[in-house]
Design a protein around this ligand. Structure first.
Ligand code: PLP
Length: 322
């Protein structure tokens, strides 16, 4: 298997730590937290592992400008702005909607990282796709070499970071004396879980992968995870992965909308472990953890903390506007 280039951003590996007090409140025998909120580059959470390979790919292709798309609160867009800057690349963000009157911290950070932010003027999340294609055409015509990062950074290259994270967590579980576990991961674009599924399949590791889909219908999210896992394994020259992922609906009232079960799970994690969760991804994933435990799951469970720290602080500082 040949690995693509990596542009090192974060001090990996991240820790895998037991959470005994939260486990006891939930009725789990063993709960471990994979601390990808600590990936160590600009509060980037799970985006850091993806961007290490996406930025390296952009550089290998001699790109001078990164075009990345998402929403005004996008963790990916803001972290890409920071990563592009340290790599010496220009960065443009294509964001759906209009610039909010109270800009979320992710947007403020992107702007202060010198990224140009363009808004599609439509609240449709898909509006960024065509807009970004057109903008890439304009930039190319003007002589720029553009590298396009789709929503969520969900490409085979981005998923390589999580293919490697699968190896990381299997080693850490082994060192702690666990030979099997259920691994719960929040799913948006599917790149994180897709990469993990590719890695777990290659290792033939006895891990049960469970996704908590926060934005898409669970069947669509599962299909996306399988597709990314297959593309990632193909890119790495590994055999076609046997992807077996259970996907649970974690949208609550809808993507980005507050959910009382998520809020309760967020408070429980903070009270018992001092673990800060964000309302859009990790708290909704924690709500699924609560459901699984109530349905009889005992563990060992790995809760993959994917970050979202800037949004977490937004939510606390600007109650009701998260
Ligand atoms: C904090 C956080 N957790 C989870 C996810 C979901 O990751 P993915 O888009 O790779 O499914 C995202 C990104 O969209 C995120 O920002």
């Amino acid at each position: 298997m040949s690995l693509p280039d990596r542009f090192v951003l974060g001090p990996l590996p991240t820790p895998l730590v037991p959470a005994p007090r939260l486990a006891s409140v939930l009725g789990l025998d063993e709960l471990l937290i994979k601390r990808d909120d600590l990936t160590g580059f600009s509060f980037g959470g799970n985006k850091v592992r993806k961007l290490e390979f996406l930025i390296a790919d952009a550089r290998a292709r001699d790109a001078d400008t990164i075009l990345v798309m998402g929403g005004p609160k996008s963790n990916l867009c803001r972290t890409t702005a920071e990563a592009a800057r340290v790599a010496g690349l220009a960065c443009e963000l294509i964001l759906y909607g209009d610039r909010p009157s109270v800009p979320p911290f992710n947007l403020l950070l992107a702007e202060t990282a010198n990224a140009t932010c363009r808004f599609t003027g439509s609240d449709d999340r898909g509006s960024v796709d065509g807009f970004a294609e057109r903008r890439a055409g304009e930039l190319t015509e003007a002589g720029r070499k553009v590298y396009l990062i789709p929503r969520g950074g969900a490409t085979a290259v981005g998923a390589v970071g999580y293919h490697l994270a699968a190896r990381e967590v299997v080693g850490q579980l082994g060192a702690l004396g666990f030979d099997s576990a259920t691994v719960l991961v929040g799913v948006g674009s599917g790149g994180t879980l897709g990469g993990l599924a590719s890695g777990v399949s290659e290792l033939d590791a006895p891990l049960e992968l469970v996704g908590a889909s926060v934005s898409r219908d669970p069947d669509a999210a599962a299909a996306q995870v399988v597709s990314i896992a297959e593309q990632c394994s193909e890119l790495l020259g590994a055999s076609r992965p046997a992807v077996d992922v259970k996907m649970i609906d974690a949208r609550g009232p809808g993507y980005g909308k507050p959910w009382d079960k998520a809020q309760a799970a967020l408070e429980s994690a903070r009270t018992t472990e001092g673990l800060v969760l964000d309302p859009i991804y990790t708290a909704k994933t924690a709500a699924v953890l609560v459901e699984l435990a109530a349905a009889g799951l005992r563990g060992p469970v790995v809760f993959w903390h994917t970050g979202g720290m800037v949004t977490a602080i937004d939510a606390i500082g600007r109650e009701g506007d998260a």
